[in-house]
Ligand binder design. Structure first.
Ligand SMILES: CC(=O)SCCNC(=O)CCNC(=O)[C@H](O)C(C)(C)COP(=O)(O)OP(=O)(O)OC[C@H]1O[C@@H](n2cnc3c(N)ncnc32)[C@H](O)[C@@H]1OP(=O)(O)O
Ligand SMILES: CC(C)C(=O)C(=O)O
Ligand SMILES: [Mg+2]
Length: 637
């Protein structure tokens, strides 16, 4: 096994800034920054296969639709593709809205700046961005520059840029803005960065109306985010003419803290953030603009970017970048608004039920266990939230049944059905799709397949024999408290039988009718609710029955008529009662359905045999009794 080597000599610790009077820790973010989307430049330069013109075109249009007003569209001196794409944007009427700035990047080299400016000729709003590294490492290793030489180069390029843009009469039709990035800002001496930026500012001569942008990149993220915030606060408080400056952030994500760095640095005084959607960009990426925007949104601050159809954004980003969005990416990942685990599902389900009970509307305060954002706000459906596998409890499957079938299962039925779901998920060793769960439910409770016991025809009448006193002559009898008589035809495994029973109400009279044929069930739990509304309204009835053996079974009835729905539920319970005995082909959709006689004829000999381990079960006895009674009736005995 290789051992991780001692890093103490090889790697230097970052040096935190001594900023005893720092203000940012007690500030909050209360407005969105100016956003700059650099997907088409920093994002694009990091791709295995950079975008072609068509892909850039599609991406650009999406950024505009989302609401970005500053878009870094290219590095025009790098390739003909980038140059041509920039020209196409400038030359195609209507594609760049009047309030959108086209930003382009060039290094501090006059020939490349010239080409870059040429690419934007005729643009309405053009933002020229140049960069030069200020860190000791880059000056020494890459350029061989002293500090003075760095300042000289930066100033020369700013002056040159000025001469061919805002000072050039030929460019009068274009509103020019200017951005300078001291590359590797976060690894540079803060005092030196101020020196360079003061010199560049003097060369460009910004105004309050048209400020210069100083973009302060963590080109490589090398320290904790608080250090970046300190560096930004230092810059903001030490640069002169702050009102003529827009302080911009450009965090990379090498240590995985780019979002935190961007947020703390806004608290430290920055005005603008550069990044890419879903954090694409060099190495571990630029700061993720989706996360930053939706972090604001979940604090009640509109980011001025519209992510209400995030799936569409994901589609475009994935196609153009040719990189999938990670399933756990904040907000956008396919799994981030899903809960598989039982206790999470339970809490979310309760959260939604509470919300409904309290009559909360879509726009009312959001407070939901485990869900910081209402999935609907980014175009996700509630169905996607709860997904069921072997880690799930009763709440998950119940939620899916509620959303898909509008059935609000009683707690006992949730527990019973959850066992069925658990077994199936364990058997398959994978997630059950919501369609599979509803199928399983419909099979288990005979909502699509016919139950063993089926009502064909029936009447419920008042049982006048239960009246303690006969009605007074000439007066109508109050039948409210009298018993009921069930008379009807019940098909058992397709064969029709006449049944009759008496009881306190329709359910108990049918239960007694069933008792007459050997099915002895007591109703232990009953719940009903309406499904739908208006003329389409139906009743859903849930009945839990016990038998003398304490075996519990559920039946469900759905019908326009509430009485019939409860009778169907009771017969469903009777069917499950028969099926639930050991050895029955319970829940197996494709298993051949056996007749009641076959239920008894387990060994095919025509003789009832006791179960090998438990002896004869109550249900076997009762089925036996049922068949005896039915056969006697059929034989006219
Ligand atoms: C942190 C960032 O994201 S910075 C942006 C990086 N993006 C890109 O580089 C994408 C586009 N780049 C390119 O197409 C090319 O690198 C070009 C056109 C800029 C330059 O190409 P080439 O002239 O062939 O140079 P090459 O790429 O080999 O090396 C870079 C050169 O630029 C120099 N350079 C690097 N940064 C800068 C800068 N900010 N200003 C001026 N020169 C710079 C290097 O020192 C090196 O110079 P050298 O050739 O004298 O040693
Ligand atoms: C060009 C600059 C702004 C850059 O991309 C970086 O430093 O990361
Ligand atoms: Mg960058």
């Amino acid at each position: 096994m290789p051992m991780l080597k001692d890093p103490s000599k090889k790697y230097n610790r970052f040096t935190p800034l001594n900023l005893p009077n720092r203000q940012w820790p007690s500030r909050t973010i209360d407005k969105p920054p100016r956003w700059l989307a650099t997907d088409l430049r920093d994002g694009n330069q990091s791709l295995v296969d950079p975008m072609n013109g068509e892909e850039k075109w599609r991406y650009f249009k999406m950024l505009v639709e989302l609401g970005y007003k500053e878009i870094e569209v290219s590095f025009p001196s790098a390739s003909q593709t980038d140059f041509d794409f920039t020209r196409r944007l400038v030359e195609t009427p209507g594609v760049v809205p009047d309030d959108v700035w086209l930003q382009v990047l060039a290094p501090c080299r006059e020939d490349l700046i010239r080409r870059t400016v040429d690419s934007l000729k005729g643009a309405k709003k053009a933002l020229l961005h140049i960069y030069l590294a200020t860190s000791e490492c880059f000056r020494r290793v890459v350029f061989g520059f002293t500090e003075e030489e760095t300042i000289e180069r930066a100033v020369a390029c700013a002056k040159y840029a000025r001469s061919i843009t805002k000072d050039d009469p030929d460019q009068a039709g274009t509103e020019w803005a200017f951005e300078f990035s001291p590359e590797c800002f976060s690894d540079s001496s803060p005092e030196f960065v101020i020196q360079v930026c003061e010199a560049v500012k003097a060369a460009w001569e910004p105004t309050v109306e048209n400020p210069i942008i100083f973009n302060l990149p963590a080109t490589v993220e090398m320290a904790t985010p608080n250090v970046y915030a300190d560096q930004i606060e230092y810059f903001c408080t030490n640069i002169s003419e702050r009102e003529k400056i827009c302080v911009s952030l450009h965090p990379h994500n090498d240590r995985g803290c780019a979002v935190a760095a961007a947020e703390l640095a806004q608290m430290a005084g920055a005005d603008r953030v550069e990044g890419c959607l879903f954090g694409n960009g060099e190495r571990t990426g630029n700061v993720d603009l989706v996360t930053l925007a939706l972090n604001l949104y979940t604090q009640g601050i509109h980011p001025n970017i519209d992510f209400s159809d995030l799936n569409r954004v994901i589609d475009t980003v994935e196609v153009c970048n040719k990189i999938p969005i990670h399933p756990r990416a904040p907000y956008g990942g396919s799994l981030v608004v899903c809960a598989f685990s039982g206790s999470h599902q339970d809490a979310i389900k309760k959260g939604f039920v509470n919300r409904e009970r309290e009559g909360k509307a879509y726009e009312d305060t959001w407070q939901m266990p485990y869900l910081p954002l209402d999935p609907q706000d980014i175009g996700r459906t509630y169905e996607a939230i709860i997904r069921v596998n072997s880690q799930s409890g009763k709440g998950g499957a119940a939620w899916i049944i509620l959303r898909k079938l509008e059935l609000d299962l009683p707690r006992g039925l949730q527990i019973a059905f959850s066992k069925v779901v658990q077994k199936k998920a364990d058997e398959l060793g994978r997630e059950l799709l919501s369609a599979e769960i509803t199928d399983l439910f419909e099979q288990t409770y005979f909502l699509r397949d016919h139950p063993r016991f089926n009502i064909v025809d029936y009447s419920i009448s008042v049982d006048r024999s239960t009246s303690p006193v006969p009605p007074e002559p000439g007066k109508t009898q109050d039948t409210k408290n009298l018993g009921r008589v069930f008379k009807g035809v019940v098909a058992i495994d397709g064969k029709e039988y006449q049944l009759e029973g008496r009881g306190n109400g329709p359910i108990s009279s049918l239960a007694n009718a069933l008792k007459g044929v050997g099915i002895d069930l007591d109703v232990a739990d009953y719940k009903e609710h309406a499904i739908g509304g208006g003329r389409e309204v139906k009743a859903a009835t849930y009945i839990e029955c016990t038998s003398g053996s304490a075996q519990k079974v559920w039946g469900i009835g759905i019908h326009e008529d509430v009485v019939q729905s409860s009778l169907i539920a009771l017969l469903g319970a009777a069917s499950n009662f028969v099926l639930s005995r050991p050895g029955s082909p319970i829940l197996s959709k494709h298993a051949p359905k056996r007749s009641l006689d076959q239920e008894l004829d387990i060994n095919g000999s025509g003789m009832k045999v006791p179960s090998a381990t438990n002896g004869p079960t109550k249900s076997q006895d009762e089925v036996s009794e049922t068949v005896k009674v039915l056969e006697a009736k059929a034989n006219g005995m």
